[in-house]
Design a binder for this molecule. Structure first.
Ligand code: G3P
Length: 225
């Protein structure tokens, strides 16, 4: 079965989605945390609440350092691990500095999600540096005319037993294509996750059923008043 993550830093949204479906955890990034900054005293407080909630539900929390140099990534990562616990997964974009940080941190036993992956070679380098998970950013790839389905297929073909988390979706079709290409894990924002429940087709379909019943029986419930 596919592993499913919610891409969010909003604890109310996270609680709500967990109350509806089974999730494997939560992913965040600096932009998502910046968006929900007014809800909490500080991003680290938000992350602490989210981390407690997610781990108590048996899931994993994936958090990205803000710093982009090797040392800054390490500093942010160590701070996050200290504040949120050693079981936190550190999301690191696969730049040159990122790769060096992946290598160092994975050597320390830290769980790494290699992020912002747009090519086979980035994925290969990240796994070989010790990342447990590689995250292909599908919509961002598509916006730059990169065939994310091919990227996923080629990485999965060479690293079949490794976790491949498809991320960065603008719509549910992209997520479907990512899984058909071999992604074993998905992370979606809640508006994309629930988008197919809110289409005009769905609205019309349920309204049609209700309308035909109401026309025949004069009310819109089966249950007697
Ligand atoms: O977790 C990955 C994700 O946050 C990237 O998404 O929508 O900023 O491309 P996006």
């Amino acid at each position: 079965m596919i592993r499913l993550f919610l891409d969010s830093a909003d604890i109310d949204e996270i609680r709500n989605v967990y109350s509806l479906i089974t999730l494997d955890g939560v992913t965040t990034n600096p932009s998502i945390l910046a968006e929900s900054r007014n809800k909490y005293g500080s991003p680290i407080l938000a992350l602490k609440v989210i981390s407690k909630f997610v781990t108590s539900h048996g899931g994993t929390l994936h958090v990205q350092p803000v710093g982009t140099s090797y040392q800054a990534i390490l500093d942010d990562a160590h701070y996050l691990l200290e504040e949120l616990g050693e079981e936190t997964w550190i999301k690191i974009p696969v730049t040159e500095d990122g790769l060096a940080a992946i290598s160092t941190l994975s050597g320390e036993g830290v769980h790494i999600t290699a992020a912002s992956v747009f090519s086979f070679s980035q994925g290969m380098l990240a796994y070989k540096a010790g990342a447990e998970c590689v995250s292909v950013y599908c919509n961002r790839a598509q916006e730059h005319q990169i065939d994310y389905e091919e990227v996923i297929r080629s990485i999965k073909n060479a690293f079949a037993d490794k976790m491949l988390l498809a991320a960065s979706f603008k719509n549910a079709i992209q997520a479907e294509k990512a899984t058909l290409s071999g992604a074993d894990s998905l992370t979606l924002k809640s508006n994309v996750l629930f988008s197919d429940l809110r289409t005009d087709l769905m609205r019309k379909t349920v309204e049609d059923f209700k309308a035909s019943w109401t026309e025949a029986f004069g009310k819109d419930r089966i249950k007697p008043e």
